[in-house]
Design a binder for this molecule. Sequence first.
Ligand SMILES: [Fe+2]
Length: 191
Amino acid sequence: MVIKKGITAEEKVETFKAELDRIFDIKIREFTKLCVISAPDYFFLDCPASSTAKYHPIDELAHDGTIIHTKRVFTLVYELCRGLGVENRRDELCSASLIHDLLKQSYVKTGHTHKKHPQYAAELVDKVQKATMLLTDEEHQIIRNCVGFHYGLWSTPPWVKPLADYTMEELTVYIADYVASKRCVAVDYKR
Ligand SMILES: [Fe+2]
């Protein structure tokens, strides 16, 4: 297996073209695209979904594992937001699903999942919003909170609260991430 050494902004966007095209609000799509471009290169080049190989479907253990995982979370979020009654926020939830693991190993490649990665992804959301102001305050809060709370029971401060206090939007992204990471579940993201 040959792992590429570098990646351009265009290639980063191309990686998630199918998903970005399913975000209908132009500003939310552009915002998400900028977050994807701002993600560290290692995410696209060498980032297995599980650094210990104990979790996640087997096909997510290779260098492109977190990309595949992210596409599966996106697929589940797209469907679940209807079933959980938050379809009016589908664009924000789809955006959060693409952003939630962009800093999985921290700002630089560490070789393992960083337990603060939800915080780092929320910082990315804040940074891109501050630079562009593409989102309304409400859209910004929904995306940053869905990203920040996506780790559910495994969260670390300041992103800890009882699941009973999760909004339906936050719960949708958490459940999608949790379910997509299970080996007993096969999510067809190419459909
Ligand atoms: Fe995830």
